[in-house]
Design a protein around this ligand. Sequence first.
Ligand code: PLP
Length: 342
Amino acid sequence: MSLSLCMTSWRRRRPKARYVIWLRIDQKSSLKSIYHAGYEPIIVEPVRDKDALITNVESVNRIVEQRGEEILCVMTTTSCFAPRSPDNIEAISAICAAHDVPHLVNNAYGLQSEETVRKIAAAHECGRVDAVVQSLDKNFQVPVGGALIAGFKQSHIQSIAQAYPGRASSVPSRDLVLTLLYQGQSVFLESFSKQRQMFLKMRRKLTSFSENIGECVYDVPENEISLAMTLSTIPPTKQTLFGSVLFARGITGARVVTSTQNKTTIEGCEFVNFGSHTSEQHGGYLNIACSIGMTENELEELFTRLTSSYAKFVRQLANSEQRAVSSGRRVTSNPSFDLEND
Ligand SMILES: *Cc1c(COP(=O)(O)O)cnc(C)c1O
C-alpha cells in the first residue's frame, strides 16, 4: 500500500504515464501495488551472472529511452531470496536521473542490512532515488502492518504524505516508538551488526553442510540476507515433499523452490517458474534467510534439525526405492514419510 501511495502521489507530475518498469521479483505485493495505483508493469527479467540473478540494466535503459514520459517510475528491489541479487540501484538511479524518471526502491527487509543502506545512499549520490519503502515488522521487530517511506528530501515525503486518503491508524507508529524506546540506541544498533555476524555464520554453516552432503551454496555475493543451496541429491519430484518435512519439523523459515514450466497468473500477468524470479529452469534449491533478531541458539537449532531431517529423508528415500526394486514394482507414489515432529 505504501508503494502504491508513492506511485499515486506522482500521477499529476507525470500525466502521460501508464507504465511502471518492474524488475521481476517473485513477491506478489510489489506487483499488485502497481495495479492498485492504476498502472501496468513492464516486466524486466533478471539476467544470470554465474550463480546470481542480476539486474538487466541495458534493458531498463532501452525501455526508458523508448517510452520516456509513458513511464511513471522504475521500481527496484533491494531485499530478496537468493539466487536473486539485490537490484543494481546505483546503475538504475543513474538512468532515472539521466531521463528524469522517478525511482522507487522497494527495500522490504533491506534496512536491517548496513550494506543495503550504504548502497541506497550511494545510489542517491550517483543519481536519483525518489522514495524508499520498507516494512516495519521485517526491520524493526514489531507486528506486521506498517511501513516506513523514506526519502532524501523532506518535500518529497510531504507530497507523498499529503496523498494519503484518511487519517490512518496510529498503531504501527505507536508500536515502533514503544519498541525503539524499549531498546534504546545501543540495543537498536547492535541488532543490525548482530544480523550481519549471524548471516556470515549461517553462510559458513550452510557451506560446510552442503559440502558434507554433496551440494553447494549459490554464490550471490551481494545478497547478505538470504542463501540458496542446491538440492541435486533429491530428485525434483521429491523436493516439495522435503520442503514439507522441514516445515513439519519446525523449520518454518526454510523454503524449497522447485523448477517448473508451469505458468502462474497474477493480476493477469503470466509467469513461468513463479518463485524463482526467472523463467529460466534450474535444479531446485533450498532457501534460508537470516533476519534481524535471529539468535545463536536458533541458528544452532536450525542446523541440528536440518542435518537430521536431511539424513532421515534421504535414508527413507533410499529404503523405499530398495523395497520397490526388490518387489519388482515401480515407485509411483510417495513413500509414507514420518511427518511427526521428532
Ligand atoms: C514483504 C515484502 C513486501 C510487502 O511488505 P508488507 O510489509 O508485507 O506489506 C513487498 N515486497 C517484498 C520484496 C517483500 O519481501
